[in-house]
Design a protein around this ligand. Structure first.
Ligand code: NDP
Ligand code: GDR
Length: 375
């Protein structure tokens, strides 16, 4: 039985990857952080009693800032594959805790690589590093001749998160070259899902649209509506993480859809999923969106109702304006075929959030209080 260790198993990608590896017959170990409340919602459906004889999912307490802890866990599980997905992954928040992000997202990667080397597992253990399109920084002049970012495009990170991840990228590549480790970077462009963290823009939008449609929220406040992202589905992307570690040769890979969309257009698509058409008026910080028409009997809002405003709080000190990736290498050499396009992604997220918010409606009807969390 193959053994895998996932850091960040409680996150969006970690949860889907754990599902995938379990379905492939792996023994899966995961590192979770100790928290004052349960923080395993995304993997609770995979939970197994630790006393079970045929246990195939085991969670270990740990942290990417703790070398000894990481080394002990790796020694204990002797993994064939390590997926380093753990990170403080929010770009805007990284401006508020830059040192911590450097420690977790940058040095954390080094700690994993060093542990594998110290334990003499160089020949046994393959390592996947969660690199990111944030490395490119969206500089137009750095796109390839076809207008995309690919494995050869130069990097220019625009946030403490991007800068920390660039260390992770290069130290992974350096250990591959210096010590002959099988270590790969997956340079993944944005990928979303119903399990996406609530403060990333797509999930913030789909949750808010569901709430607005159901009368639980008046409007949504967003930042830069002009930003463009290459959005795929997390399920397709974790499949690719696994494929990357099955390749004959350790290399770095871009994973993307090759299509880019403005935040404003994502909002538009999400509202259309519940039959509400919007009209956008104004520019920059003064831009707003209003209900133009409603075609679904279930979700009827007043025509002309204001449902979106721009709040500069959500602007970033330095922004990545546009990302679009070229996945040709992954498609040609590894045969990756994504199942979801943007429309299918928005549909999946909206269906899930409408279902979720309907539970809130039921709770309200039963006289319970609904707490709105800050976003
Ligand atoms: P999430 O934010 O959903 O998950 C991050 C995971 O890392 C969580 O399990 C979190 O634990 C864990 N974590 C955070 N800090 C630490 C720490 N100090 N020690 C150990 N674990 C920690 O991210 P995603 O699943 O979306 O992304 C997975 C990885 O891929 C990340 O490294 C991210 O930077 C990278 N990436 C993501 C992309 C995307 O679009 N989703 C695109 C490109 C790269 P907890 O649950 O306790 O907070
Ligand atoms: P990103 O994702 O920064 O690309 O990083 P996010 O969803 O946070 O932002 C995407 C774009 O939307 C704009 N935006 C807003 N963003 C948030 N979060 N909230 C808002 O209200 C809002 N309004 C507009 C942002 O300015 C930005 O341009 C994600 C993370 O998963 C990283 O870990 C990963 O490495 C990259 O994707 C690829």
């Amino acid at each position: 039985m193959k053994v895998a260790l996932i850091t960040g198993i409680t996150g969006q990608d970690g949860s889907y990857l754990a599902e995938l590896l379990l379905s492939k017959g792996y023994m899966v170990h995961g590192i979770k952080r100790r928290a004052s409340l349960f923080n395993t919602d995304r993997i609770d459906h995979l939970y197994q009693d630790p006393h079970a004889k045929d246990l195939r999912l085991k969670l270990h307490y740990g942290d990417l800032t703790d070398s000894m802890n990481l080394t002990r866990i790796i020694q204990e599980c002797q993994p064939d594959e390590i997926y380093n997905l753990g990170a403080m992954s929010h770009v805007k928040v990284s401006f508020e805790c830059p040192e911590y992000v450097g420690n977790v997202d940058g040095l954390g990667t080094l700690r994993i690589l060093e542990a594998v080397r110290i334990l003499g597992l160089e020949k046994k253990t393959r390592i996947y590093q969660a690199s990111t399109s944030e490395l490119y920084g969206g500089l137009p002049e750095n796109k390839n001749e076809r207008g995309f970012y690919d494995e050869n495009s130069p990097f220019y990170p625009r946030s403490p998160y991007g800068v920390a991840k660039i260390y992770g990228f290069w130290i992974t590549k350096n250990y591959r070259e210096a010590y002959n480790l099988y270590a790969c970077n997956g340079i993944l462009f944005n990928h979303e899902s119903p399990r996406r963290g609530e403060t990333f823009v797509t999930r913030k939008i789909t949750r808010a649209v569901a709430k607005i449609a159901l009368g639980l929220q008046e409007k949504i406040y967003l930042g830069n509506l002009e930003a463009q992202r290459d959005w795929g589905h997390a399920k397709d992307y974790v499949r690719m993480m696994w494929m990357i570690l099955q390749a004959d040769k350790a290399e770095d890979w871009v994973i993307a859809t090759g299509v880019t969309t403005k935040v404003r257009d994502f909002v538009h698509m999400a509202f259309l999923e519940v039959g509400i058409e919007l009209e956008f008026k104004g520019k920059g910080v003064n831009e707003k969106a209003y209900v133009k028409s409603c075609s679904n009997k279930e979700f009827q809002l007043e025509i002309g109702k204001e449902v979106l405003s721009v709040d500069p709080t959500y602007f970033r000190p330095t922004e990545v304006d546009l990302l679009i990736g070229d996945p040709t290498k992954a498609k040609e050499k590894l045969g990756w075929v994504p199942e979801y396009d943007l429309e299918a992604l928005v549909k999946d997220m909206m269906e899930s959030d409408v279902k979720l918010m309907k539970k809130d409606v039921d709770l309200l009807k039963a006289g319970h209080e609904i707490l709105n969390q800050a976003e």
